[in-house]
Structure formats: C-alpha cells, structure tokens
Design a binder for this molecule. Sequence first.
Ligand code: PLP
Length: 232
Amino acid sequence: MIACTASVTEVAERAAAVRRRIEAAGADPTAVTLVAVTKGFDRSAVDLALAAGLVDMGENYAQELLAKVDPAKVDAAKADPSARWHAIGRLQRNKVRALAPHVALWQSVDRPELGAEIARRAPGASVLVQVNVSDEPQKGGCRPEATAGLVGALAAEGLAVRGLMAVAADGGPGAARPGFRRLRRLADDLGVVERSMGMSADLEAAVAEGATMVRVGTALFGPRAERGGMRK
Ligand SMILES: *Cc1c(COP(=O)(O)O)cnc(C)c1O
C-alpha cells in the first residue's frame, strides 16, 4: 500500500467530476452511490475521501480493510463507523469473522457457503450477489443462471439481499455494456434494487444501463500500487 499524495481539494474536485460524468450519462448523481475504492492505498486515501465528503469506501482485500480501520474510532461494537465499508473483492470464508464488525455491505457474495458464514458472523447483514455477467473464467461471481437460486439461498439465511454486483468484461465501455445490461435485467427479474456496476473507465456505460452504485478508485485517487509492489 502507498500513501495517496492528492490533496483534499483534489479528491473533492475529482469526486465532483465523477458526479458530473454520472449526470452526463443520464442519471441523477445524488441517486447513485459513489463508492471510493481505496485498494492499493493506505489509510491516507480513506482520510482524504472522508474529508472530501465521501462516506462509502470499497476494499478488495481483507487485510487492507483491516489495516485501514481506524483503531481510535473502533466502538463498543468493535466496529469503525468512520466510514461505510464495502467488501468488493473475492472473499475467503475464513476472513469473514474478522471483517464482520466493519463491513456495511458485502458486495461480492458469489456462493452459498460464503453467505452462510456471513449470516453466522453478521446475522441479517446486507449483501449483494456478484454475478459473472461476462462468463470470463478469471472473473469472480456466480453464473448468471445461478443468480436466482443464490439470492433465494441467502435470503433463507436471513441476509438482506439488496441487489447485484458485477465487474464488467475487459476491453473498454463498449465491451462492458452488454454485461451491465444483463445485470440490470437480472436485478429487475429478481425484484432487487441495487445494481453495483461501473468503475473509473466505464461508469458512463454502467450508469446508462441503470447503475445505482459505482465503484471508483483511479479517478479519485490516481494510479495505485498493485499487489506485489508493481504500479499501474
Ligand atoms: C479496483 C476495483 C474497482 C475500482 O477500479 P478503478 O478502475 O480504479 O476505478 C471497482 N470494483 C472492483 C471490484 C475493483 O476491484
């Protein structure tokens, strides 16, 4: 993880620019949740985002999320309420327990066993089902055909299934858009509200297809340290 060297003003301006992009794509920017993805950056990025008025933070890796929780703010419930934390990455079951006090929305639930563990450690928690809308083997998410069954299984565990999430196909907004459309249709068919889709490079396509939540890293914080120390 590296420090984010942007200023609060810069991050606030970039957030405003993201909201203008959302508006230009045809949505009311106040109706689309902007999740600030701080992966690759240390706590400095969270503090900048909070100071810039953002509250929703997305983390891919359990270790990074736990490292960024502010110990000074951990309350009696053993949670850090300084931000609304979203777990957005591939998740192993054995990480759920440590994350449970902090995570407000589990966005990447892709199998019933993971849901059962979340229900055990955080009863009634809010979740999204991640769907592999592009059928790419390297992408996370359940098969589109399995979505309805998984939503039902999670609800039966007592979890609050708020909606669906997807990471689009690589290859730019044009390649991403059919997947976004597919996620929208699935969510409509299942009667769930949230559609978490769209990142820095393709958020217009996602918003045009009905995103209610976009997950944005690079456009807010700049290039990040990739795992293993490489920079992208
Ligand atoms: C990294 C990541 C993002 C943000 O990507 P940017 O291109 O930096 O905006 C969003 N969602 C997921 C699941 C990610 O892993």
